[in-house]
Ligand binder design. Structure first.
Ligand code: 5AD
Ligand code: SF4
Length: 450
């Protein structure tokens, strides 16, 4: 008979993770935590007690990368005080810069791209043995579909669910196809399973995520599952579950999708449809695959088929060769579309994109700033008008939590994705409450429950 000495229990390692960039990165961080929790790591919110610091990064604009670089300098100081600390860079910057990141940021121990998170435990062992760990292989299949993300949201009411990864559009300004690889969709059964599980746990809203959600397609042998089929099945999980999705590409925004949505009130009446520019010539240089007219036709379709839907967008100011007339076309389109919300950016040239290779970044910084400011000023006006239209109306609000300004108030969102603040009463996060809107700012609706 053999006797085995019990192995000493391995000390739990503490993981601190910081996330930059888009909502996809938020879910990716949750996937990373799930992978590491199964490998002796426990999440901490205190960076000072961490054994491992991971920074999930974004490359979309240069300033996003600069922010991460300055944060890395702070972690460098922390490492000088704590020899045992491992620092890893994951996500889009890891993918874009690869070994160069290890050369430029010598304190970084680990560089892992968005498709290689399953390798993290093995790479951490390499780091432990004194080497640097790096894996930036992109995959044609990886969707992490079997991994249940460890939710790090604070409200336990709303959550993100990734349904596809990568992008095949190659807009000329964009690094994403290079950093996140080819487009691939996730098995619908695993998506439905994850969403049902969230609902059972008390979540009341999910946002289906992908770089280009409306080109989702899963090849079932009998019949392919397209985005509208998937969305309908998610909507059917429970009428008390709100469903949002982002981001949609205007070229794939079909009438079929909108008509299906009209039959399900729990499919939120808010559509994010990035326009980027209101000028067909700029859109052509951006390789966006639609014109100003096509975009306007899609907005008309949304207004007709789903009246009362809020529409938001992304806009880039000062793209290569943008003339004053082209910029004015962006302003006039924004005014026409009466956007409820916009995310507005100055063009930032990204290495190795089509635009960086073929066009000159020839709009001066001064003009870019001025055009961006005009776009922001216009959107401030449109946002305020959008909120003012809601004053006097009653909306169903899903409560998310306590208002930042007062313990006595709760906040939540309308189906149109507008934030509403109202007196707490006896309500709690996860409740649906009817709120009559009494007043507003350009960012928030203020109401009373009815
Ligand atoms: N410069 C500025 N903005 C960009 N975006 C993407 N690439 C760039 C770039 N090189 C913006 C687009 C996109 C959003 C996520 O970021 O508007 O929709
Ligand atoms: Fe970038 Fe265009 Fe893909 Fe969006 S659709 S991620 S802007 S390439």
């Amino acid at each position: 008979m053999a006797f085995y000495l019990p192995l000493p229990p391995m000390k739990l390692q503490k993981l601190y993770i910081e996330t930059y960039g888009c909502q996809m990165n938020v879910v990716d961080s949750e996937v990373v935590v799930a992978i590491l929790q199964q490998n002796n790591y426990q999440l901490t919110e205190d960076v000072n007690e961490a054994d491992l610091v991971l920074v999930n990064t974004c490359s979309i604009r240069d300033n996003a990368e600069q922010r991460v670089r300055s944060r890395l300098r702070e972690f460098k100081r922390l490492k000088q005080q704590n020899d045992g600390l491992t620092v890893g860079v994951i996500g889009c910057m890891a993918e874009r810069l690869k070994e160069k990141l290890l050369e430029e940021e010598t304190m970084v121990d680990l560089v892992v791209g968005p498709d290689a998170y399953r390798e993290l435990p093995a790479l951490l062992q390499e780091v432990e043995s004194g080497q640097k760990g790096i894996n930036t292989l992109l995959s044609l299949e990886e969707t992490y579909e079997d991994i249940r993300p460890v939710r790090m949201d604070r409200n336990h009411v709303t959550s993100f669910v990734s349904i596809m990864r990568g992008c095949d559009n190659f807009c000329s300004y964009c690094v994403v196809p290079g950093t996140r690889g080819r487009e691939r969709s996730r098995d619908p059964e695993t998506i439905l399973g994850e969403v049902s599980n969230l609902f059972e746990k008390g979540y009341r809203e999910v946002t289906l995520l992908g770089q280009n959600v409306n080109s989702y397609e899963w090849d079932e042998k009998v019949q392919p599952v397209k985005f509208e089929n998937l969305l309908e099945r998610v909507a059917q999980i429970d009428p008390m579950l709100r469903v949002r999705f982002a981001t949609s590409h205007p070229k794939d925004m079909s009438d079929n999708l909108l008509q299906m949505m009209a039959g399900y009130p729990n499919l939120c009446r808010a559509i994010h449809l990035p326009v980027q520019s209101g000028s067909s010539s700029v859109l052509s240089r951006m390789k966006r695959k639609y014109t100003r007219e096509h975009y306007m036709d899609r907005i008309d379709a949304i207004r007709k088929i789903l009246p009362g839907t809020s529409i938001s967008t992304d806009v880039i100011a000062g793209f290569c060769g943008e003339t004053e007339e082209e910029h004015l076309e962006t302003l006039s389109l924004m005014e026409w579309a009466a956007y409820d919300l916009s995310y507005m950016f100055k063009y930032s040239e990204r290495p190795e994109t089509f635009a960086a290779r073929k066009y000159e970044d020839d709009v001066s910084e001064k003009i870019k700033v001025r055009r961006l400011n005009e776009i922001i000023a216009l959107q401030m006006k449109l946002s305020l008008e959008s909120k003012q239209r809601d004053v006097g109306q009653t909306y169903e609000v899903l409560v998310e939590g306590t208002s930042k300004k007062s313990e006595e108030e709760l906040y939540g969102r309308t189906s149109q994705n507008k934030v509403v603040v109202f007196p707490r009463g006896t309500f709690a996060p996860g409740d649906y409450v009817n709120v009559n809107i009494q007043s507003c700012t350009s960012a928030t609706l203020i109401g009373i429950t009815v």
